[in-house]
Ligand binder design. Structure first.
Ligand code: SF4
Ligand code: F3S
Length: 123
């Protein structure tokens, strides 16, 4: 398993080994929020049509991964495009915490597994 060194702002730091999980493209315009209910440390943050994981709060337990109907949550070391990791860290600093599951976005099932949603992310 590959670990990265992390600090409070998600950047490298000597002496603290930590991995995180990352929300990726398929969450966009779906936002099912099943992931939120199982997170033991409330580290999901909510934007208009996407959630992110706060890398400083995530304890790498992986329980959220099988809960996502969109399979949008992946381990940091499995992310093929590192920009998703950076996006989670950046938006986690500005978006509010979400602690309870809510209704998915109205057309979630229509957008599920549609490619090319990255440009539709609303910040
Ligand atoms: Fe929360 Fe665990 Fe998922 Fe991290 S891996 S976001 S701590 S449920
Ligand atoms: Fe998004 Fe999946 Fe959670 S679609 S809101 S990461 S359950």
């Amino acid at each position: 398993m590959v670990y990265q060194l992390k600090t409070e702002n998600g950047l490298n730091k000597i002496g603290k080994f930590k991995m995180t999980f990352v929300v990726t493209e398929n969450c966009i315009k779906c936002k099912y929020t099943d992931c939120v209910d199982v997170c033991p440390v409330d580290c999901f943050k909510e934007g208009p049509n996407f959630l992110v994981i706060d890398p400083d709060g995530c304890i790498d337990c992986a329980v959220c991964v099988p809960e996502c109907p969109a399979d949008a949550i992946v381990a940091e070391h499995d992310v093929t495009d590192a920009s998703w990791t950076e996006l989670n860290a950046r938006l986690a600093r500005v978006w509010p915490v979400i602690t309870k599951k809510k209704d998915p976005l109205p057309d979630a099932d229509t957008w599920l597994n549609k490619p090319g949603k990255r440009d539709m992310l609303e910040e």
